[in-house]
Design a protein around this ligand. Structure first.
Ligand code: TRP
Length: 450
């Protein structure tokens, strides 16, 4: 690294600031809540394998491209895309990537905050000792009781939105550093303890078998689409969040190395969460495909039986809520940054956008009867499906095409921070050909065309 010699401290520090912000955004409910439950729903091994392939072949290359766009555009996604398309002499309609990103962020925050609300409710329930010595039926009954208690669902969803709004209104990045630097490692350790519990007390062999021995006959076109969508979701990709953070990244640091670090951390945490949850699922006769409640009906079994489980479990849900918070701010920051550039005061922009997401969450709470109509889709499923499985991969497709085919190769080469020609060529080739084709094939497979 030549440039580290001239300004060693700031470069290093800034690289880490970006890694912290991007990790804070990436690691959240997607890893601990969503990954295990969709893995369970879509049959395990084969789904996990496709998901890992999507991360490696599509997620990482597109993430590098998205950070680059932020670094070159130096603004919110809409303004960045507009400016870069003018520079590249292509149509300004490329800014649609930014617009759809702001929309997708609001849609995701709507249901994200309802689930984060469940986690907040579980902080209280666990500290109160509700799960002490409870068996799996008692625990399932408590979760069901929460789902029908609209008042509580609304309260906790509103609390989560309000905290998100407060942090955003005061400037996004302040305070996140500490949360990620100190609290994420603690969350990681607690996950390892849960993993240890799963190995000792749960059915770890079945969990390993379920997650890592692929049975491709179980893999539907839908499953492949969900795996792709989740690769985008878990890396916070395809809607401009990472572009917005990339705008703060110094010119000198290597985008590629940084992105790989974040992607590895994110993937490891998701796999550990799965390996902690599934042993409990199999040892207790729970249904792996039981849906969005999976984490909430399995982990309390561990908290109910280990010593000091109430404290340990309460702390676990506190950290999950904080991880959700450091993700939720990146869902709304691009939109607020965009409004700010249009001279809307930060607090007004925050208020407007968070109110919309709050309304979306209310729609989830009122349209979803999570218990009784298992197969009927409410706002929750629609928002999750359209935003994560369609809008994010489409955003990724356009980002790949824009950076791969519309920006000058020289400009990309100069700013990407990949030193070795070979590595650059591999990344560039994957971004231009494999990632876009991969996304298109998955879309076609989902509608049964290939
Ligand atoms: N990655 C986060 C998680 O796994 C969710 C998230 C935060 C997100 N910001 C995003 C998803 C932007 C898509 C786009 O929980």
């Amino acid at each position: 690294m030549t440039n580290t010699q001239t300004t060693p401290a700031p470069t290093w520090q800034n690289r880490w600031t970006f890694i912290l912000a991007a990790t804070g955004s990436a690691v959240g409910l997607g890893n601990i809540w969503k990954f295990p439950y969709i893995t369970g729903e879509y049959g395990g091994g084969a789904f996990v394998l496709v998901y890992l392939a999507c991360i490696l072949l599509i997620g990482v290359p597109v993430m590098i491209a998205e950070v680059l766009l932020g670094r070159l555009g130096k603004s919110d996604p809409i303004h960045s895309m507009t400016r870069l398309s003018i520079d590249a002499r292509v149509s300004k309609s490329w800014s649609i990537v930014g617009i759809s990103g702001v929309l997708a962020g609001l849609m995701i925050l709507s249901f994200y905050s309802v689930v984060a609300g469940w986690a907040i409710e579980y902080v209280i329930a666990t500290f109160r000792g509700d799960f002490a010595n409870a068996d799996k039926d008692g625990i399932a009954a408590q979760f069901s009781a929460l789902l029908v208690n609209k008042q509580d669902l609304i309260t906790y969803h509103s609390i989560f939105i309000a905290v998100t709004a407060t942090i955003i209104a005061f400037g996004a990045s302040r305070g996140i550093g500490i949360a990620v630097r100190v609290l994420m490692p603690v969350l990681f350790i607690l996950l390892l303890v849960l993993l240890g519990y799963g190995i000792q007390e749960g059915d770890f062999r079945s969990a390993l078998h379920f997650m890592f021995s692929p049975d491709f006959s179980k893999l539907s076109g839908d499953a492949v689409l969900v795996a792709l969508g989740h690769a985008f979701f878990t890396l916070s990709l395809g809607m401009g969040a990472i572009m917005t953070y990339g705008a703060y990244m110094p010119q000198t640091s290597s985008v590629a190395k940084t992105v790989v670090t974040v992607a590895v951390l994110d993937t490891v945490i998701a796999l550990i969460a799965g390996l902690a949850i599934f042993p409990l699922v199999f040892a207790n006769g729970l249904e792996p495909s039981s849906g969005p409640g999976l984490m909430f009906v399995s982990l309390p079994i561990a908290f109910g039986s280990i010593s000091n489980g109430a404290i340990f479990g309460g702390l676990f849900f506190v950290l999950v809520s904080i991880a959700a918070l450091s993700s939720s701010i990146s869902l709304i920051e691009p939109g607020v940054a965009w409004l700010e550039r249009l001279n809307v005061k930060r607090w007004i922009g925050t208020l407007c956008l968070t109110l919309i997401a709050w309304g979306g969450g209310m729609a989830c709470i009122y349209s979803n009867d999570w218990l009784e109509t298992q197969n009927a889709w409410g706002a929750f499923e629609w928002l999750e499906h359209i935003a994560s499985n369609i809008m994010l991969p489409l955003g990724g497709l356009f980002i790949a095409i824009f950076v791969g085919w519309k920006l000058r190769r020289g400009l990309v080469r100069k700013n990407i921070g990949i030193q070795k020609e070979l590595f650059f060529n591999i990344w560039y080739g994957v971004l231009r050909i494999i990632a876009p084709l991969g996304i298109i094939v998955v879309f076609l497979k989902a509608v049964n065309i290939v």
